[in-house]
Design a binder for this molecule. Structure first.
Ligand SMILES: NC(=O)c1ccc[n+]([C@@H]2O[C@H](COP(=O)([O-])OP(=O)(O)OC[C@H]3O[C@@H](n4cnc5c(N)ncnc54)[C@H](O)[C@@H]3O)[C@@H](O)[C@H]2O)c1
Length: 316
């Protein structure tokens, strides 16, 4: 029996890495979940275990086209997130962020649904402020190879705030920092998946630059917790709110930890830095701590240990 009074929640990009964990968690909370995905980077295998649940529904749909459904809450995650994927068809990437935002915001306006945008630390670009606070406006190249993603996400934030001011739509913006965990794409060029796959395959681990650039890494269950808490805040809480793990590691430290946890003998090799690669990225999560009572609980070692078996299952 399904509950006719259950909250109806739409998750765009629900068949992706983060989206599939979010769908899972929302179903566990008793909600009806509509997963909307065009399967560009998402896969059926990420959500196949949810298919038998009568409260789960899957719709193959591209968010750059309008959608008419009845929902109470929307999590807008649709957008390829790794450079390999978002640079594959950069025009479509910008369309997904911008047209996608217009379409889901239009839906939120019509249905009076609350809507959360999965924004990104990439809106800070190559930051001149460290760690990044939400009131920092960013340092983004408008015409580089990463701009389709960065500027698309920035424009989506603008649209969210304009729908909020102009149409009183109930918005929430989460600025997500590097997140990792099982179900990440094994070959998407993101640093955690890249290093683990290279270590497991016994291939050399490629570090771009000298490996001294730092990143923060948030385990996926912590991120989901932050997103759900943000959605549950009173209407006046709009964000943006940084969600990420402030624990800062150099890329070289990450590589060494992965070598140790996988027991791999891979060597480290160094290659030139790609264009516009940010040198430092670390969230200031004071707002998340104060407003959401949230902070990450999973340390890097623990999260990597939880993730490695998934990547091992792909290597065979
Ligand atoms: N994972 C991270 O570290 C991270 C960091 C910052 C922001 N984010 C944001 O979180 C969201 C989810 O990221 P992810 O890591 O799960 O990436 P992902 O690529 O695994 O998931 C994105 C999902 O969106 C779907 N999608 C793409 N274009 C679409 C379209 N036009 N219509 C419908 N569906 C479409 C894909 O098929 C995929 O299922 C993205 O919006 C991303 O920008 C993620």
């Amino acid at each position: 029996m399904t509950n006719p009074y259950a909250k109806r929640i739409m998750v765009t990009g629900g068949a992706g890495f983060v989206g599939s964990f979010l769908c899972e968690r929302l179903l566990e909370s008793g909600a009806d979940v509509l997963c909307v995905d065009n399967f560009f980077t998402g896969t059926r295998s990420n959500i196949v275990h949810l298919m038998g649940n009568p409260q789960f529904e899957l719709l193959r749909h591209d968010v750059t086209f309008p959608l008419y459904v009845e929902v109470d809450e929307i999590y807008n995650l649709a957008c390829p997130a790794s450079p390999v994927h978002y640079q594959f068809d950069p025009v479509q990437t910008t369309k997904t962020s911008v047209h996608g935002a217009i379409n889901v915001l239009g839906l939120a306006k019509r249905t009076r649904a609350k809507i959360l945008q999965a924004s990104t630390s990439e809106v800070y670009g190559d930051p001149a402020v460290h760690p990044q606070t939400e009131d920092y406006w960013g340092n983004v190249n408008t015409i580089g190879p990463r701009s389709c993603y960065d500027e698309g996400k920035r424009c989506a934030e603008t649209l969210f705030f304009d729908y909020y001011r102009q149409h009183k739509v109930k918005i929430k913006i989460a600025r997500i920092f590097n997140t990792y965990g099982p179900r990440m794409h094994p070959d998407d060029g993101r640093v955690v998946s890249n290093f683990i796959m290279q270590a497991l395959r016994g291939e050399a681990i490629t570090i771009y630059g000298d490996g001294q650039q730092t990143r923060s890494f948030c385990y996926v269950s912590d991120l989901i917790d932050g997103l759900i808490r943000l959605m549950a805040t009173p209407d006046e809480v709009t964000g943006p709110i940084n969600i990420g793990n402030p624990g800062e590691f150099t890329i070289k430290e990450l590589a060494e930890t992965i070598l140790e946890l996988t027991g791999s003998k891979s060597e480290l090799i160094f290659k030139p830095l790609p264009q516009d690669d940010p040198k430092q990225r670390q969230p200031d999560i004071t707002r998340a701590q104060q407003i959401l009572g949230w902070e990450p609980t999973i340390k890097l070692r623990e999260g990597l240990t939880k993730s490695i078996p998934y990547f091992k299952s792909l290597v065979g």
